[in-house]
Write a protein that binds this ligand. Structure first.
Ligand code: ADP
Ligand code: MG
Length: 683
């Protein structure tokens, strides 16, 4: 029913309410208070908080009425509570004077303000108490967001009437049994309590109900999606027999870390099922994810299936190809590298070979592999360094008879609350410990005044044989500007601070052939210092490069900075990073401080999540999920866990949530998240 027809509204107010997003009567019920004014228990004066509403009981000590002009007056009434005082003020209401007398007990309810040392209330609500009357219990009053033309009092009247008349008509999405089992307030009661609570506990109980419901609907949507993705999917069952396992692990010239072994076991267990694996492998830069991926790929190949490794950049594809060729040069595994720099003709040949099953391992950039390449027997897809993907964006590769297993790798650790939501349909393996023998990275955040000192240090290390990066500021606007800033840095450094060294540069405008040439030259040590746009962010692995200058540090996100730092934490030498920047916002300042404080990617991820706050909601918008309305993932972690468990318990035995009792919940999940999560059928 349009809100205009709700009691006490009418067309005029309906128009005003529309500005607050209230269009139908139902919206009124779900238009929750911003905060509450709590008059339920009188406060002692020393508990008052500036600007907060409260009730205070005291004895009248002093009454004075002064004329402040023609027809203007100010009435002051001072009350005493033990040894403390509060003054109430009324303007232009001289008639109130006669209602007070000294020694009388009164309650003032209103907003407390401090004036010098004394507390004041302007125009408080007054209750007169009989001498032996107990302190009254006032109410907790809702405070709503308002718009011009609607006062707090009107808003309260409207919501009160709406609740009285319409709340009892709302159907609960939960069956009564479910409410009881999960200790949730029935909807009508929850609506009443969130607007006009009896006490603080009622607010908490009502909030819990709404937050739980929102989180459960989200978790149900994720679980439905996961179930739908898996329904009818057949992946090849690829067992890691003891023999295969040993044969693969022999290829690695080092002892695997406990976390690597654990991740491999989790992956092997997944791939040994005929439902497709859908797993995220997260680990800090340098934690050795590639090794785990190689294990999974060779497991597929051991069973005569193909595996593909997709990278976001060509430089990274080439690096992976090199690593794999080194590891596998004595085996019969056939490797193909599919990149943009491959001439068309060769690309066609490679595609034909892949389609004919003559290539076992394919490495390439995502752009080239999505869509066009047909695989003969694809068993596994590995997606590397993926940190900007959302739930809906994990596209499927073209394949023939069965579905491949999926392994996604990211060096941006994901806070648990986020992984439970954004990546709710993924299983997660984590590499927490780093391979032994890693040297620490020292990180500095520096002002321009210390530049000379830093460059002096940088030169000294170069002379000792190390190599370094200089990262140009991040430029969003255009590649042209980006190129200009790299070239400018190159010019000034090669004529200035680094005049005696061999410099080169790398930017996004170069062809992949050019990029490869530059990287080769840096890898071989011919180039001592590489000046680059943040493209080097992803996965480049050059052990001798231990120095990094980052310019314009305030423009980078925390995760990005940490990724960059990962480039110099690879070898047997300690790494040194110096960030220059002029943080102009509090947030940028805090980011840079956090960055220098810890080198632990997991800790940084939590910090970053905290800094960005719930408002950013793990960038839901960027990931295509509608924002949460009442839940806050950080604050409501426990409810989130609970909702997740409950959603799984519901979907496990009933993958489409077809029980009639849950039809409403199901519809809610589909309506709210259907588009974002591609839950196609509306039930
Ligand atoms: P990332 O997780 O950043 O992708 P990589 O897989 O590229 O990390 O590994 C970083 C470096 O560490 C590589 O040179 C790799 O060979 C080496 N490495 C990986 N695992 C181990 C290990 N268990 N012991 C020693 N070195 C390792
Ligand atoms: Mg990597």
């Amino acid at each position: 029913m349009p809100v205009q027809y709700a009691k006490g509204v009418g067309p005029g107010r309906a128009e005003l309410l529309a500005r607050l997003g209230i269009h139908i009567t139902r919206d009124l019920l779900y238009f929750f208070p911003r905060v509450y004014e709590d008059f339920s228990a009188p406060k002692s004066i020393d508990q008052l908080v500036e600007g907060e509403a409260a009730s205070v009981v005291g004895e009248v000590e002093e009454i004075d009425l002064v004329n402040t002009g023609v027809g203007k007056s100010m009435l002051g009434v001072l009350i005493r509570q033990r040894s403390q005082y509060l003054r109430a003020l009324w303007f232009n209401q001289p008639y109130l004077r006669g209602k007070f007398e000294n020694g009388q007990r009164v309650v003032f309810s209103g907003q407390a303000k401090q004036n010098g040392l004394r507390w004041e209330m302007v125009h408080p609500k007054i209750d007169w108490l009989a001498p032996d009357q107990a302190e009254p219990r006032g109410q907790i009053v809702p405070v709503y967001p308002l718009t011009e033309g609607i006062s707090q009092a009107i808003m309260r009247r409207i919501t009160r009437m709406a609740i009285e008349h319409y709340a009892p008509l709302v159907d609960d999405v939960f069956p009564a049994v479910y409410l009881a089992e999960h200790q949730l307030l029935p909807i009508c009661q929850a609506i009443g309590a969130i607007h006009y609570p009896e006490n603080q506990a009622a607010i908490t109980a009502a909030q819990r109900r709404f937050i739980y419901q929102e989180l459960l609907v989200l978790q149900l949507a994720l679980a439905l999606r996961k179930a739908a993705l898996l329904a009818g999917r057949q992946a090849p069952k690829l067992e890691a027999t003891a023999r295969i396992d040993a044969r693969i692990k022999r290829l690695f010239p080092f002892e695997l870390t406990a976390d690597q072994l654990h991740a491999m076991a989790e992956i092997a267990a997944d791939m040994n099922r005929d439902a497709p694996m859908n797993r995220l492998l997260q680990g800090d830069v340098g934690s050795g994810k590639t090794v785990v991926a190689i294990y999974a790929m060779l497991l597929a190949v051991a069973h005569g299936h193909q595996a593909v490794l997709m990278t976001p950049t060509e430089v990274l594809a080439q690096q992976h190809a090199r690593t794999l060729n080194e590891r596998l040069h004595e085996s019969r595994v056939r490797i193909g590298l599919m990149t943009g720099s491959l001439p068309n003709k060769q690309r066609d040949i490679l595609r034909a070979q892949i389609a004919a099953g003559e290539i076992d391992l394919v490495i390439g950039t995502q752009a080239l592999l999505y869509g066009e390449t047909q695989f003969a027997r694809l068993g596994l897809v590995v997606i590397d360094e993926q940190h900007k993907f959302g739930v809906a964006q994990r596209a499927m590769l073209k394949q023939t008879s069965f579905d491949p297993h999926y392994l996604v790798m990211t060096a941006t650790p994901i806070p648990r609350t986020v992984s439970m939501t954004l990546f709710g349909d993924l299983d997660i393996s984590t590499l927490r410990d780093v391979p032994p023998g890693r040297q620490p990275v020292h990180t500095y955040f520096s002002t321009d005044a210390q530049r000379d000192k830093w460059w002096e240090f940088y030169r000294k290390r170069l002379l000792e044989g190390r190599q370094g990066y200089v990262v140009a500021p991040l430029v969003d606007e255009s590649e042209e500007l980006e190129l200009a800033s790299v070239q400018q840095l190159f010019e000034s450094l090669s004529h200035g601070e680094l005049a005696d060294f061999r410099l080169d540069f790398l930017h996004g405008r170069m062809t992949s052939g050019e990029k490869d040439f530059v990287m080769q030259s840096f890898r071989s040590g011919r180039t001592q210092v590489l000046i680059a746009t943040p493209v080097i962010e992803v996965g480049v692995d050059i052990a001798n490069a231990t120095l990094m200058t980052i310019e314009g540090g305030e423009r980078f996100g925390l995760a990005q900075l940490h990724q960059l730092r990962g480039r110099v934490s690879r070898g047997t030498y300690p790494g040194y990073v110096c960030v220059f920047g002029n943080p102009t916002t509090e947030a940028a300042q805090q980011r840079l401080e956090a960055f220098t404080k810890t080198a632990d990617g997991f800790e940084l991820a939590e910090l970053d999540f905290g800094l960005r706050g719930p408002g950013d909601l793990f960038g839901t918008r960027q990931h295509g999920l509608p924002p949460l309305r009442v839940a806050n993932l950080q604050r409501d972690r426990e409810l989130l866990e609970e909702a997740r468990r409950d959603a799984q318990a519901l979907i496990g035995p009933d993958p489409t949530l077809s029980q009639p009792a849950f039809a409403r919940l199901r519809r809610m999940a589909v309506v709210r998240y259907g588009a974002a999560l591609e839950l196609s059928d509306v039930g």
